[in-house]
Design a protein around this ligand. Structure first.
Ligand code: ADP
Ligand code: MG
Length: 308
């Protein structure tokens, strides 16, 4: 392609809402045959909210309303130190319930898993299954005299609705599951079908719970899901797809997407995303609409074939 024609298409991309850092990326975009989408903040709106709190087994009865509030206050105190969108959802929920946040005594972040810390001389863990496994928190068991079909069902029930289940452990025991919902972008389904109709393979790549990711994928028409992925593994999955012979575009917004955005043939950051993601990408999407990505591939193909 001539420098002139590339300049023209960089200008057209800008009109569509895509800031292209270098013209070469547009040429690569015309060859993309596989798009990897991050879930949170890319396919979903990135505005997670707490929808349910399920107290496990005996805790529903054994804890008073004050005990429950105190526990929520403690974990919100810890989540204040995390920048994760799920952490913000928990903090907002607890603050809205006018529960006071006590002082944090110890705090440790576990990338891709959750958080660990101490409040009022009590240890807490808040995060996914991998975090609970790492700290040897005993898994939920079905209580012999419980009316519930299964305690495990509470978690699976949330995940099937596309909600992220977050486990809460106090002093090494699983006490509650918090369900967090992040609505899917209004145009996600249409955009994904528009991308696929160009013969492009679409993959959802997320650190979230596999059942949650599967539910979201079904709602938007994505058939391939890679879930429960740690941040450093996201990049490896991109490389594996490239080794299969694919020209890969990655779309993401988080700190954890940055290495994958760099490795991809075309890295596309959401404009609403983190600074690191934007710096690691070749292009930035200024619009929240995913359909712009489909339009971008169509544009890049049109320009590159015109000038051959
Ligand atoms: P992604 O952006 O792909 O959804 P992350 O790697 O950021 O994934 O996180 C993966 C999972 O780790 C989250 O879905 C959540 O279960 C857990 N997690 C991470 N950080 C936190 C946190 N601060 N509080 C609770 N859970 C967390
Ligand atoms: Mg994300």
């Amino acid at each position: 392609a001539t420098p002139m024609s590339i300049m023209v298409s960089v200008g057209r991309a800008a009109q569509m809402g895509v800031l292209v850092k270098n013209g070469e990326a547009l040429q690569s975009a015309s060859k993309v045959d596989c798009v990897v989408l991050d879930k949170t903040g890319t396919v979903t709106q990135g505005k997670p909210e707490v929808t349910d709190i399920h107290w496990h087994g005996e805790y529903e009865q054994a804890l008073s309303a004050d005990d429950k509030s105190a526990l929520l206050g403690a974990i919100a105190s810890l989540e204040q130190h995390s920048e994760h969108p799920l952490a913000n959802a928990i903090v907002s929920y607890v603050k809205q319930a006018s529960i006071p946040l006590p002082a944090t005594e110890i705090f440790t972040n576990h990338q891709g898993k959750g958080i660990e810390g101490r409040v009022n001389y009590t240890d807490y863990l808040v995060g996914n299954q991998a975090l609970m496994t790492a700290f040897k928190v005993p898994p939920l068991t079905v209580l012999a005299n419980s009316n519930e079909t299964s305690e495990l069902d509470a978690t699976a029930h949330f995940a099937k609705q596309g909600k992220t289940p977050i486990y809460v452990a106090e002093a090494g025991k699983l006490v509650a599951t918090i369900a967090i919902a992040d609505p899917i972008k209004a145009d996600a389904k249409e955009a994904i079908s528009a991308i696929r109709s160009q013969g492009i393979r679409v993959v959802l790549l997320t650190g979230d719970n596999p059942q949650t990711a599967q539910a979201v994928a079904e709602q938007v028409g994505i058939e391939e899901v890679i879930a429960g992925v740690l941040p450093e593994q996201k990049q490896q999955h991109i490389k594996a797809l490239q080794q299969q012979g694919h020209v890969v575009a990655m779309v993401g917004d988080g700190i954890n997407d940055a290495p994958a955005l760099m490795s991809a043939d075309v890295g596309i950051a959401m404009g609403s995303g983190t600074e690191v993601a934007i710096e690691s990408a070749d292009m930035t999407l200024l619009s929240h609409q995913l359909i712009v990505i489909a339009n971008l591939f169509a544009l890049s193909r049109a320009t590159m074939t015109n000038i051959k």
